[in-house]
Design a binder for this molecule. Sequence first.
Ligand code: F3S
Length: 389
Amino acid sequence: MYLSREEELVYLGQRGESLRRAMEILVALGDIFDADRLIPVKSVQIAGVSFKNIGEAGLEWISDLKGKVVVPSILNPAGMDLSRWHEMDIDDNFALKQKATIDAYRRLGIAIDCTCTPYQINPEIACFGDHLAWSESSAVSFANSVIGARTNREGGPSALAAALIGKTPFYGYHLDENRIPTHRIDVEADLKGSDFGALGFLVGRTVKDGNPLFKLSSRPTLDELKSLGAAMAASGSVALYYVEGVTPTPPEEYGEPEKISVDRKQIDEVYERHPGTDADIVALGCPHCSKAELNRIAELLKGKKVKKELWVCTARKIAEGCPDLVTRIEKSGAKVICDTCMVVSPASEHFRKMMVNSGKALAYIPGLCGIEAGFGSTEECIEVATRRD
Ligand code: F3S
């Protein structure tokens, strides 16, 4: 990979050990994927924040780094709500390690907005055509597909390296040739809400790391697109999709993609195969809830009391921006949880079965939390959380 004179000096350690280590990661990645050079990135989103995932070795690696990031950089969800972790039954030792991890990131100049939906708190962080180095799979999918920005799915270390250097190797989804639709998905059903999570759950398993192009009969909302992309990134490893007439369009020239159709019966089967009525916890907000989703949850909870644990996960800045909605939701006994989520927090492991309205959480919870997962619409989830058993 070609390096400019300055990049070469960084690589040789002339700008300090931390930058040398960061550049070493980027050059190794570039060499593996045959990148010809580094390109500047507009922003970075860094995974590897929950102490549950990174452990002692990760904390040590981050703590050893010196210097400051040179582009706007924010974090993925941590393992706990950073102020209300006691209410999540997080043990003191974990909390100590999690806080040390956050402090290490803070020292590097990284914004402590722990969210998988950075575009919901700052639309300027990624715009059409921008090159990014983002980590979290649903955020990557949203950035590539809905915003029309360009990012590979970075690992925690490569994202952090990109934040310190301000650049990433030019390969993968940064290039037109890798943004060509591979499958055409005709959806013969009217979908709404969590149906998009079910659709993503099905399609991700089929297309794996392909770039599906959807033809839908109705126009999805931004939250529905967020849910679709998140589910495909989890059940498969889709990092880019298109919806005809809705998202930015694919590069002009491409061949005939493989055709797949999905009907209502297949969507309904996702719900039927994953019942959630016997769950002992209900969790909403994967990806993190938008203000519109919080508003819907508040409406559904009006006049009700939860009979089992109900978590509503969102970004702290979203919650702080609508305190009335948070109060209305929490009046029911539900908890609005910030900075973390049901998948990356060890608190989920205290339960037996979690009901979710998210295709991504449905795909991840059994493997990453070691508990059962059930799936339902937001309405069904609220019904289960507020029903007396
Ligand atoms: Fe976000 Fe956690 Fe889901 S990081 S996409 S809420 S698994």
